[in-house]
Design a protein around this ligand. Sequence first.
Ligand code: IDP
Length: 149
Amino acid sequence: MERTFLAVKPDGVQRGLVGNIIGRFESKGFQLVGLKLVQVSRELAEKHYGEHKERPFFPGLVNFITSAPVVAMVWEGKGVIASARKIIGVTNPLNAENGTIRGDFGVDVGRNIIHGSDAPDTAEREIALWFTPAELCNWQPSISTWIYE
Ligand code: IDP
């Protein structure tokens, strides 16, 4: 089973979208294995977005992600990394399809509601950056046989 790291960003938390967003991944059939509300430090923000540190939007991105709490999550399931990216929508909310999280709730690229790992190696890196192994629950949902054949 694959795991991915998702985070409702400060705009999603401030706008009261956490329940709606979690509900989309739950009702798809994915399994929550880690969840916490985090006031992100600058150090964590700079590590998480390290690949963008030379980009002009980097300082604003770090200021934004540290400006209010973030809901950090790990989700598990078959194909969850790519599927979550589809549920989230493309980076610029104005280009994101209706029915995706960014398409339904966002306007500006710097306020795009949610982060999702983009590949297996980044998922592994981000899960290890945000969660200790003890914070992740290995549990067996009783509905598994109604989701997987
Ligand atoms: P992703 O979140 O869809 O994977 P990335 O290209 O990895 O997109 O960018 C990371 C985050 O950086 C975006 O989600 C967005 O919050 C921010 N970002 C990307 N491009 C811009 C920009 O041109 N202006 C402001 N913020 C940006």
